[in-house]
Design a protein around this ligand. Structure first.
Ligand code: SAH
Length: 355
């Protein structure tokens, strides 16, 4: 059995081989992306025989909810089970009229950032296009019918630039009108910073926003926090980011996770200001979200504000990421680890776990 979401691109051919008209593909897309259908039986404007044939060839979706946590501020965090038993996480955030989703690109992660829960056990595999689109559709279904998804960030588990062959087709379905119809300006790819892959994005004329996870202003510190930096270096990363900006015209964001006593001093802020002067369009500072079993700490409010003052004085546009969903604030990757360390009891799987 195959998953329909992995065959969206070839659906017209599949239909043509069965003597069906190609507009049937558009009808199916409409049911999936706009009507939020969860079964072929719902697709009532398709001939019954075609619905039966689709059901015997394809499963609609390759992801299902294993755990669902809801915070009073409207944030929902879902642990999803994939067909092979692996798990990934994704998040729905509500902020005013915004309905943003944070989506995973891999099971685990190979980048090894020392503070991050997702990569603690390395990478298991890339997600398929269908599994990435499946997260989007499942999150969309959490919204009432009159609400639409407005923003997507590829900031869940995994390194999206290490899985571009599946991430790009998935984002294509997110942005095209017969898909979710979300403007590329509202789609952000977050990366540890792989220059070759950034150049590929530029060469393919990508129109998505790029967020680069910097976390340190000099190589000695970045090598410690983000081990892949050893074979890249900050300079070639910033050069690649510049090239992407030139081609795409999209605002660049740099992300900086603040770790107490590690990269949060006034001197760190000064080095960062110097590095990003004239280059940076937005610096997104994220106070560390503690991970069970790791000893990194969140900086004190006074350290955070001293850090901010230096950058503001230097004229860097800076945003501090709001802590959303505090009650369910396991950093991305933690829910999955919890699941792995405690084999799921079936009756437990969909119970909300608030607080
Ligand atoms: N691999 C991509 C996307 C994944 S995570 C990347 O590196 O950008 C998205 C962001 O969350 C990254 O900046 C990552 O470093 C950060 N992050 C990971 N663990 C975190 C934690 N425990 N607290 C705060 N930010 C974290």
């Amino acid at each position: 059995m195959q998953f329909l979401l992995d065959h969206l691109e070839s659906l017209e051919d599949w239909l043509a081989e069965r003597g069906q008209r190609t507009f049937r593909a558009r009808q199916i897309h409409q049911w999936l992306f706009h009507q939020r259908a969860t079964s072929f039986a719902e697709m009532t404007d398709l001939p019954l025989a075609l619905r039966d044939e689709l059901s015997s060839h394809f499963m609609l979706d390759s992801v299902s909810i294993a755990r669902h946590q809801q915070s009073p501020d409207g944030t929902e965090k879902l642990l999803l089970q994939l067909a092979d038993g692996n798990h990934v996480e994704c998040v729905l955030l509500r902020d005013g009229a915004r309905r943003s989703i944070c989506v995973s690109s891999q099971v685990g992660c190979a980048m090894g950032c020392v503070f991050c829960a997702s990569g603690l056990d390395g990478v298991e595999r890339n997600l398929t296009t269908g599994e990435i689109v499946g997260q989007m559709l499942l999150l969309q279904r959490q919204l009432p019918a009159e609400e639409r998804l407005s923003h997507i960030v590829m900031m869940g588990m995994g390194e999206p630039l290490a899985n571009l062959n599946h991430v790009l087709p998935a984002l294509d379905w997110a942005s095209r009108p017969e898909g979710l119809g979300i403007s590329p300006r509202r789609i952000t790819i977050s990366t540890v910073g792989l220059p070759q892959a950034i150049d590929r994005l530029a060469a393919e004329n990508c129109r998505y926003n790029l967020a680069v996870s910097l976390h340190a202003a000099h190589d000695e510190l970045r090598n410690r926090l983000v081990p892949v930096n050893e074979r890249i270096g900050i300079k070639s990363l910033l050069d690649a980011a510049d090239r992407y900006f030139e081609v795409s015209g999209r605002r660049l964001t740099f992300e900086y996770v603040l770790l107490a006593g590690v990269n949060d001093s006034v001197q760190d802020a000064q080095r960062l200001a110097k590095l990003l002067k004239g280059k940076c369009q937005l610096l997104n500072v994220i106070p560390y979200n503690p991970v069970a079993g790791l000893s990194w700490r969140t900086p004190s409010p006074s350290a955070v504000s001293a850090f901010r003052d230096v950058l503001v004085k230097a004229g860097i546009e800076i945003k501090f990421r709001q802590r959303k969903g505090d009650q369910i604030d396991a950093a991305c990757g933690q829910l999955r680890r919890l699941q792995q360390s405690r084999p799921a009891k079936l009756h437990d799987l969909t119970k909300p776990n608030i607080g």
